[in-house]
Design a protein around this ligand. Structure first.
Ligand SMILES: [Zn+2]
Length: 239
C-alpha cells in the first residue's frame, strides 16, 4: 500500500488551516460507484467561496483497488461527518472514503444498492478492503490508536451522535460477508504485523558500544563502574 500525497489545495476545507488532535478513524464510502480515487480531486478540489460548483466536503484520503490518495494532512480538520454539531467527529476523526465499485446501482433514495453483482464485484472489494486495512493499520501506528475501540464507520458515528445520518459502510460490507467488527479485527492483525516488522528491523540494526576503561585490577574497574552509575549511566564489567 503506497500513499500518494495530493492535497486538495483549492478546497475550502484545506484552506481553513484548522488542525485537530487525532483520536479516531472514520470509514466512509463514496456513494458514487465507479468513481476512482484520482477522479475525486477533479470533483472536490474546488472552492465554494470562489463561486465554483463545489461541495463543502473534504476527507483525508480516498482509497480504491489500486490507489490511496491523501487529500488533507492527517491532523487537518476534515469535513466528512456532517455540518455543525451533527458532525462533531470532524474535530476528532480522520475520515477515509472507499471508492465503490463500477456496476453497482443505488436505489432511488440512495440508501442501499438496488443492483449489486456480489460475485463479479468481489475481486474489487477484496482489493479496496485490503488497502483500507493497510491504511488504517498505518494510521493506528502513527497516532497510537486502538483499532478495536478507535475505528468506526459513518453509520456507527451517526449512532454515537457524532456524524450525520448516512448508511456507509453498513449498506456495502455485509454484501461481502464483512462487518465493521471484522474490519477492526483485520486492522488489529495488520497493526500487530507492522509492529513485529519494526521490532525485527530494530533487532538487526548495528549497535555502537562505548568502552570507558580497561584495568588489570578488578577493584579499579568496580570503582569506575560505581562512578558511572552514580552519574546516571548503565554499565557492566566484562573480562
Ligand atoms: Zn460517509
Amino acid at each position: 500500500m503506497k500513499i500518494t500525497q495530493d492535497f486538495f489545495t483549492c478546497n475550502d476545507c484545506y484552506n481553513t488551516g484548522k488542525t485537530i488532535e487525532v483520536k479516531g478513524l472514520m470509514l466512509h464510502s463514496t456513494a458514487a460507484p465507479g468513481v476512482k480515487a484520482a477522479e475525486w480531486k477533479a470533483r472536490w478540489n474546488k472552492s465554494y467561496a470562489k463561486g465554483e460548483t463545489a461541495r463543502q466536503a473534504c476527507v483525508h484520503a480516498f482509497v480504491d483497488d489500486k490507489d490511496v490518495i491523501q487529500a488533507l494532512p492527517w491532523n487537518h480538520e476534515g469535513w466528512h461527518a456532517g455540518k455543525g454539531s451533527k458532525g462533531s467527529a470532524n474535530q476528532t476523526h480522520i475520515g477515509v472514503e472507499l471508492c465503490e465499485p463500477k456496476g453497482a446501482v443505488y436505489n432511488k433514495n440512495g440508501t442501499a444498492f438496488a443492483k449489486y453483482d456480489v460475485k463479479a464485484l468481489t475481486p474489487y472489494f477484496e482489493k479496496v478492503y485490503q488497502n483500507a486495512v493497510a491504511l488504517f493499520a498505518f494510521l493506528c501506528k502513527e497516532y497510537n490508536l486502538n483499532p478495536r475501540t478507535d475505528i468506526i464507520c459513518h453509520k456507527e458515528g451517526w449512532r454515537k451522535g457524532i456524524a450525520c445520518g448516512h448508511a456507509d459502510v453498513e449498506h456495502w460490507f455485509p454484501l461481502h460477508g464483512k462487518s465493521m467488527d471484522d474490519f477492526r479485527e483485520d486492522t488489529a492483525a495488520a497493526l500487530a504485523a507492522l509492529r513485529a516488522a519494526d521490532t525485527a528491523a530494530s533487532a538487526t540494526q548495528p549497535r555502537y558500544r562505548v568502552q570507558v576503561g580497561a584495568f588489570a585490577d578488578r577493584g579499579k574497574a568496580q570503582t569506575l563502574l560505581a562512578r558511572l552509575r552514580a552519574a546516571g549511566f548503565e554499565g557492566y564489567i566484562r573480562t
